[in-house]
Design a protein around this ligand. Sequence first.
Ligand code: HEM
Length: 613
Amino acid sequence: QEAVLYDAYFGKPISEKRSGYLAGVANGTTVCTVPVLPCRKEEGRRVDGTCTNPKHPSRGASMTPLPRLLPAQYGPGNTLRPASDGSELPSTRLIRTSLLADGTLTNHEFSTLATHFFVASAADNVDLFYLTRYFPLSDCCVGNTPNRVNPSCIPIPVPGDDPYLRIPQIRCLNLTRIINYQDLGCLPNSLSAERYSVVTPLLDLSLVYGNTEARNRMIRSNQGGELAFRMEGDREVPQGQSVNCLNNQPLQGEVVCYNFGDAFQANLLPGIYLTTMWFFREHNRIARGLAKVNPCWDDEKLFQTARQINIAQYQYIFYYELIVELLGRKNALAEGIVYDTAGYVNDFDPHYEPGVIREYILGARWFHNFQPGQFDLYRNGKYRGRRPAPDDSLRSGILSVNNTEADLTQGSLIQPSDDFDYVIAPDLAERYFGEVQTANDLPATDMMRGRDAGLPPYNHYRKICGMKPAKHWEDFHDAIDKDKVEVLRRIYEEIDDMELMVAIYAEKLMPGTWVGPSLYCIMVHNLLLWRRSDKFFFEHGDFPAALTIPQLNAVRKTSIARVLCDSGDSITHIQPAAFFRQGHWNKPVSCKEIPGINLNKWKDPWCPKDKKK
Ligand code: HEM
């Protein structure tokens, strides 16, 4: 059957008028459209994300726009919104250094594993290709001065009395705008600048499986339902070599760059490449287990079922093991983010369009706060040193040398995450690109990205999040400590200049959660959207390829600890709640004691044992 061309931005089949417009754009019909093969009732989740919601079949695919909670407010021609008096909003480096200090304070509850899994989930649903605009080279800070001429430059000016950068006299932090549909020519500048993402905006393990059917076919082994693999010693790793590990140090033996399904995103950071490796191995482990249970199943059936189980356990761990801890279990239940049930949760609603909410993926940068700047290495319970995170980006080759994968994995179980506070790891606050750039400030960048996205003032978000829009600075005291409000009052001219991203870093934690009220509200919207817009969400039962109830309940038995026992490097003992630190209530136990998914629940009665594939 023929694919129908959908408009990537508008999400509708291409009209004649639109086709005429795109004919005038270089590669318009390729980059501004999404081909959709007809959705079939009986099929499961597609790798390319189409038909995730058959009512909006192109949403969920590569190039889906990021929906917004509130419409964008840009300056003229999609420039950054100015302050109320028409001037430029204050430097986000000034705001950051005024609100958050450099330092390291550890969290008493979470392990670093929680940060690894969370950052991998972010890379699974939005791409970071925009980094290539300024990571290796850009002209935004030539001569130590912010470039105001190049429209893609949004460098961050550094005040002369900056607490750190006054010494090397750095007055400009490099930054470029996120690439949008206008840059591709898909939309005129008269519409608000909208970001697209080339990765599927879903919790679908695209890091492991890729974002297109073509890519997925390249990484399958075509037998036994497996992903193509090779052995590095006793470590199972993807077959082939990716070109993305720009920071590998070949002289130190780092010559491997893992060929994951999404080989750019998955190689970005240690937390991402570790997590992707675990779920890559999980796929093959599950496929082998299914082949044993159902010897007559062919490669395709084994592959699709293993992928379905793998994504189901990943979604389960994300919602039921991580999110419930970050937002509070009671809250998550009350909001309908998770359910206490042994049945299906049929909350698919075709009116919701799949996507990742712009404010969510911006706001989730708050979790840079609980990210340690260095990763501990442990072997047999003994500390063996640490690796600065910025030096290991785009460098998965480290996993293959000096037992580093095993040592980092054990480290992630023992090392605490940083605290959710007003202190940020110096490696992220001053040098997140490592040696590649002289200075970068991640939270200042996060705040600047809010402007890049054209977010309306904080006051507008207070309104939709159940807080009163403030008329006076004191009105912010409900959500932000008095002393911080004083700092902000001095920095901003007007109350409506106060920004959402700054508030997310300044708000007090909501009791029982690890986020402030605005981020809480944004996360709830997004987590509900992901469930409701995705026909194939693991708890849904109202489609033919759904898990059966016994299968669903088998998935509900697993945990991140089980995944690490089965697919982590050299894990024999683990604390049962592995997103939490080890302690008297969470002592490491033998992996034999950690429950997992019973694949016998997938036994096919039509597949007798003696019948070979
Ligand atoms: C060592 C650890 C980490 C490093 C070095 C790091 C670095 C970065 C960088 C460089 C960016 C893009 C900056 C830009 O806008 O130009 C980014 C974006 C982001 N990071 Fe992190 N990060 C880390 C950990 C985390 C963690 C634990 C989370 C947890 C959720 C997280 C969530 C995000 C999100 C949601 C974005 C925005 C993605 C987007 O909108 O494209 N990061 N991070």
